[in-house]
Design a protein around this ligand. Structure first.
Ligand code: GLU
Length: 457
């Protein structure tokens, strides 16, 4: 039975890259008719917040990533962790450490001076039971450490990265709990993966150094070790870690800009995964069908926003006009939807994200346009030519004549069409003038041409 999980820490906005750590285990479990478990890792009491958890759940819902079990919260599982911790201590796999911070630091510095890994090397490892009890009774501050075996190799066969070996001497006796109410990440994560019978741990490669520690804990508890698949890093196009400075990182920002969930999913799926065929557009169902861990690459994935825009534009083009208009409503002034849909139609083909509709179409909703009169000029027209062009156009429209016929009489149609289009929009780029006239109506069109003529005088 395949059982995977997504185990986010609710310590900040849902990062766009984090979605992949939800999507891949989700796809893998659904492809194999297994279960996908949502586990909220909120043991860090200071940094974990309910609002981040809510944002997380909303984000998954928006994307259509559904879990079969959960959400479980680690903050609600203390009793389970307590039991496992007691067991580790009883079996001698964990022990109380009473060393002060200063003592631990001094030991580490000493090891570094010897050129060795700065790990805790167990001054308290073999304290007699009576001493431990005495210290505990006195209330001497303590932590609980894992008794890491000395000079052993812990290996695991990572599905993506192949065999990874670790010598236990690089880990030392790491802390697994501050006390019986405060457990640390490697411990709770390992215990939960064991108790939840996770078959495949699929997560970011930043967790590779944690894996041998978690394996040691699971082994000490007599649990079954899951298989591991560590996903490659996601870098920006500058090959550096994605950061706030170089772009949007939180899913909410993408939602606000008007990216569609189907497009985001499709885009994220290709961050480090490739089906090995030219097919690039995938529905969730198709992703589930075609997904495989073996097709995940080792090298870093590049987050290319242009590709996301391209995919998003494609999904927008496939969408029926009325549906698109509805989705554009938050970005447009309040008007009857039929009226808006005519405006949206002009940009259906070129829209990349919904939020762009505001700026692209603002000229429809303004009483008077503000623009530089130089924009009206086509090539090297003189003021007189420009004025005459607009006057001819005005008359033609006023008399319900065909504008294209008028334009075709010129050596260059731009002489008529360019000044007209700028008069109607105040923009360098826009939809074509005839489409715009259709939507604006004769009266507004004539008013705008008149205003343009007045600018030239
Ligand atoms: N809670 C960890 C994190 O957000 C993930 C743990 C895991 O996937 O094993 O980085």
């Amino acid at each position: 039975m395949i059982r995977t999980r997504f185990a986010p820490s609710p310590t900040g906005p849902l990062h766009i890259g984090t979605i992949r750590t939800a999507l891949f285990p989700f796809l893998f479990s659904q492809k194999n008719k297994g279960d996908f478990i949502l586990r909220i890792e909120d043991t860090d009491k200071e940094r974990s917040k309910k609002e981040w958890e809510e944002e997380l759940l909303k984000g998954l819902d928006w994307l259509g990533i559904k879990w079969n079990e959960g959400p479980f919260r680690q903050s609600e599982r203390n009793e389970l962790y307590k039991k496992q911790l007691e067991k580790l201590i009883e079996d001698g796999h964990a022990y109380y450490c009473f060393c002060s911070k200063e003592e631990v630091e001094a030991q580490k510095e000493h090891l570094m001076a010897l050129g060795e890994a700065p790990v805790y090397r167990g001054k308290c490892r073999d304290l007699p039971k009576e001493t431990v009890n005495k210290y505990l009774k006195e209330g001497k501050p303590s932590v609980i450490r894992f008794r890491t075996p000395v000079n052993q190799v812990v290996s695991f066969d990572d599905i993506i990265r192949s065999k990874i070996d670790n010598n236990t001497d690089t880990m030392g006796d790491f802390v697994i709990a501050k006390d019986f109410d405060n457990f640390l990440f490697n411990f709770t994560c390992a215990v939960d993966d064991m108790l939840m019978e996770i078959s495949h741990v699929i997560r970011g490669e930043d967790h590779i150094p944690n894996t041998p520690k978690q394996i040691l804990i699971i082994n000490a508890l007599g649990g079954k070790e899951p298989k591991y698949a560590h996903l490659p890093l996601i870098l920006g196009t500058d090959k550096k870690k994605m950061s706030k400075r170089t772009g949007k990182t939180s899913l909410n920002e993408y939602i606000a800009e008007g990216y569609l969930p189907e497009a985001v999913l499709n885009f994220i799926a290709f961050l480090g995964w490739n089906p090995g065929t030219p097919k690039e557009i995938y529905t969730m169902e198709e992703l589930i069908n075609d997904f495989s861990l073996e097709k995940i690459q080792k090298s870093a994935a590049i987050f290319n926003i242009d590709k996301l825009d391209w995919i998003n534009g494609l999904y927008i083009r496939k969408m029926p006009l009325m549906e698109l208009t509805e989705k554009c409503l938050p970005y447009l002034p309040q008007k009857p939807i039929e009226e808006l849909s005519k405006i949206v139609a002009l940009y259906h083909e070129r829209l990349k994200k919904l939020s762009e509709i505001t700026e692209l179409t603002d000229y429809f909703f303004k009483d008077k346009l503000e623009y530089d009169k130089e924009l009206l000029r086509w090539k090297d027209m003189s003021d007189e030519e420009l004025k005459s062009s607009l006057e001819k156009t005005y008359d033609a429209i006023d008399n319900n004549e065909d504008i294209m016929e008028l334009a075709n009489k010129e050596d260059n149609r731009g002489n008529i069409l360019w000044p007209l289009r700028v008069a109607l929009t105040g923009k360098k780029n826009s939809a074509g003038p005839l489409d715009i006239i259709n939507v604006l109506g004769k009266e507004k069109t004539l008013k705008r041409i008149k205003e343009a003529i007045e600018l030239i005088k």
